[in-house]
Each structure stands twice: as C-alpha cells, then as structure tokens.
Write a protein that binds this ligand. Structure first.
Ligand code: ZN
Length: 280
C-alpha cells in the first residue's frame, strides 16, 4: 500500500467517523429538544392540577374539575341558551308576534252596552281585563238598602257570591266541566268572560239552590228586588232565552228606573233589549 492510498483511506475513515459523530450528536440534540417540546404539553396538565395541590389532590381535583366544568358549562349553556332564544327569537320575533296577538285576543272583546246597560251573557262577553275589583259602589249600596228593608220584615239576606274575576270564573267553570261535562256546565255556569259576576253588578243571595225560591227570603226578593234596582236575572220561564237554568238567587243590578221597567215588562233582560244569549 502506498502512502497516498493510506492517506486516502485515513481521510475516508476520518470522514466517516466525523459523519458518525455528527449523526450521533444530531440524534442527541433531537432527543434533547423533542423532550423539551413535549414537556410543555405535559407540564400544563400537571400545572393545572398542581397549582392548587400537587400529587394526590391532583387526581381528586381532576375528577372534581370536570364536574365543576360541567356545572359551569351547563350553567353557562342554560344562561346562554335562554339568552340566545330569549334575545334572538323572543326579543326580536316573539314580542313582535305576541304584541299583535295580544291586542287581537283582547281588542275584539269589549264591554257591550245597550241603551246604557252593560250586557254580559253567552253572546256578549267581558274582556279578560275587565275588573272592577268588586261589586260596584252603586250595586253594593243598593244591596245594603234592600238588606235593611228585608231585615225590617224579619228576613235575612246576605251575599253568597258577588264579584268574580275572570280567573276565578275560569277555574270554577273548568271544575264544573270536569265534574259534569261542558254541556251540563254551560246550563248553570258561565264560561270565563261570560259571567255577569265579572261585571260587579251581579249577586248570588243566600243559599245557591233552587230551594231558595220557596223560602220567605226568596219570595220577598222575587217581589221586591226591583224596588232597589235589581232584577231576577234568570227566571224559571226564560231558560231558553237566557241560556241558563232558573236561578232564584241570582240578581242583577240595573238601577231603579231600568229594573222597574224590566220588571213591569215581564220580560227577561235579553227580551227587553232584543238580544240573544248563545255561545258562538
Ligand atoms: Zn250568580
């Protein structure tokens, strides 16, 4: 072997060694750098659980954290969803749809006055919002006047049922429907909005039974209530006109002049005013 070939071989060998050394060094640096880049992802989980408490508490916190997240997330979703539905849909669409709907539901229903007389029957309802808050002062004072006059005759008149709100009538009517069926309930109980009691001008006296007609109080009321501005609203012989069974206990305040005119006519209020009483 010549010295030149030995030198060449040495050069090649040394070059190969240098190459091996570089690749080895490169692999080492790779190992050093990749663990470092891999370490941060591993660190934050340790840090999240470890910031509060290291070691075992981390495990409990990790199990506890999801619960808290779920609750806060579900809580956020609950608050976020109503906000989404409430702000996007109802706030923009529903109110605009509800506002026209509400007037449509109430506006068509307005109190009906015929000849200055407020009419409430199956044909003419009161709006849901109609609420005098009780018997009108005029009706109430007329009753007390009649009550005092009856008392002088040794009779005991008292109010069993006066003003009834739309809501109360609604629950009463529903109860009767559930008990007897709607067809039967319609003969003795008004649908909500159709009860004269909502007007604050109607009173149920004493015992609310047909037997009241045969009591001294019932007979006296039948003969004298007009003198105090009341009429028997649902007479026995007008059931087909009023749409209600005979109610000797139910009186309606009209004021003395009108009550006398209706009484003298022998007509029920519907006939007197020329109207009907029919659910449509
Ligand atoms: Zn009544």
């Amino acid at each position: 072997m010549s010295t030149t070939t030995k030198r060449i071989l040495l050069a090649v060998l040394s070059a190969a060694l240098v190459l091996l050394a570089f690749t080895a060094a490169y692999r080492i640096t790779l190992r050093l750098t990749t663990p470092q880049t891999a370490a941060p992802p591993a660190a934050p989980p340790a840090g999240e659980s470890g910031t509060a408490a290291p070691g075992q508490p981390a495990a409990t916190e990790q199990t506890a954290a999801p619960d808290a997240d779920q609750t806060t997330r579900s809580g956020e979703q609950q608050t976020a969803n109503p906000a989404q539905t409430g702000e996007t849909a109802p706030a923009t669409e529903a109110p605009s749809a509800a506002e026209p709907a509400a007037p449509q539901a109430e506006d068509p229903v307005s109190p009906t006055y015929i000849g200055g007389i407020l009419v409430v029957n199956k044909s003419y309802p009161l709006p849901r919002s109609y609420d005098p808050g009780g018997l009108t002062d005029e009706c109430e004072s007329a009753f007390y006047e009649m009550q005092a006059a009856a008392e002088e005759e040794g009779l005991d008149l008292y109010i069993s049922s006066g003003f009834r709100s739309y809501e109360l009538q609604s629950s009463l009517y529903q109860r009767y429907c559930d008990r007897d069926g709607q067809a039967a309930a319609d003969t003795y109980s008004a649908r909500p909005g159709h009860s004269e009691h909502q007007s604050g001008l109607a009173i149920d006296l004493n015992t609310i039974t047909s037997d009241f007609a045969y009591t001294a109080e019932g007979k006296w009321v039948n003969e004298h209530c007009w003198e105090y501005g009341f009429i028997l609203r649902y007479p026995a012989d007008k059931v087909s006109v009023t749409g209600y069974m005979y109610e000797p206990w139910h009186i309606r305040y009209l004021g003395r002049e009108t009550a006398k005119a209706v009484y003298d006519s022998g007509l029920c209020l519907e006939e007197y005013l020329g109207i009907d009483s029919v659910y449509r």
